[in-house]
Write a protein that binds this ligand. Sequence first.
Ligand code: NCD
Length: 309
Amino acid sequence: MSLKGRDIISIRDLKKDEVELILDSAEKMESYARGEKVLKLMEGKILGTLFFEPSTRTRLSFTAAMQRLGGQVMGFSGTSVTSIAKGENLTDTIRTVERYCDIIVIRHPLEGSARLAAEVSSKPVINAGDGANQHPTQTLLDLYTIKKVKGRIKGLNIALLGDLKYARTMRSLACALAMFDADLTLISPRGLEMTSDILSEIENNYGKKPFQTNDIDAGLRKADVIYICRIQKERFEDKYEAEKMQKAFRITPEVLSQCKDEVAILHPLPKVTEIDPRVDEMKCAKYFDQTFYGVPVRMALLALISGVM
Ligand code: NCD
């Protein structure tokens, strides 16, 4: 099994044993990710990070990952100072950047953009989020976090809560959790349910039928893990509608008092209003640990794709 030279555009691009290889390799990267030991595995290599949409964690943890591996990073965050502002198309940007670096990481608002970049580029391309479609490396670190926090994924009851229609993190993660034999509960405001393509995929490929509800209390009682995300306001035509939905969905200590004692709360972040700040101090809040795990997981992925691990 080798990931050398591979594009990672969708979580569907990875088989279960390949995901396991990445997660096992991430474990080996942890002390390097913390800076306790130094690695030179990717010395002389350059990662190109092209962020056409805002990002804090994904871009910075890819940067930290490449630097902890001894490599270097170049790229942009926002297009106003690039030739895209002059009207250059994505294809020409990719054809240029692939000549400057060894692996490309791209985040772009259009679904399918990362796939297009991969078709154009002779260098491996990693999708860091294409519109509402996919965010496979977030899913890898989410799986890693669940394993770290709960010791396993199989058989857990995992509640995905929030905007299941537009959140790429949810769409990627739902498929991966089904692949790892978790039981899914899908909780969303009315109108933001998981789309039927993902539901059919989960059923046809893994024989899983998630429990779906619009009732937050009913959905959370059995959960071992609650994975919550914000309403993806930027993908709504009507921003007032998004704000209304934002208010209706909120995790508070009171809501959590009905949940299992050992429940873990995860969130890809950024969070806006969907988690009461008092929850941040509770032992169930694991989302800042989750952000750290992005570094060893992305280190493992970069090293495997470059063939140095
Ligand atoms: C997410 C994203 O960009 O999809 N953030 C992330 O990568 N950690 C989640 C979001 O924006 O809601």
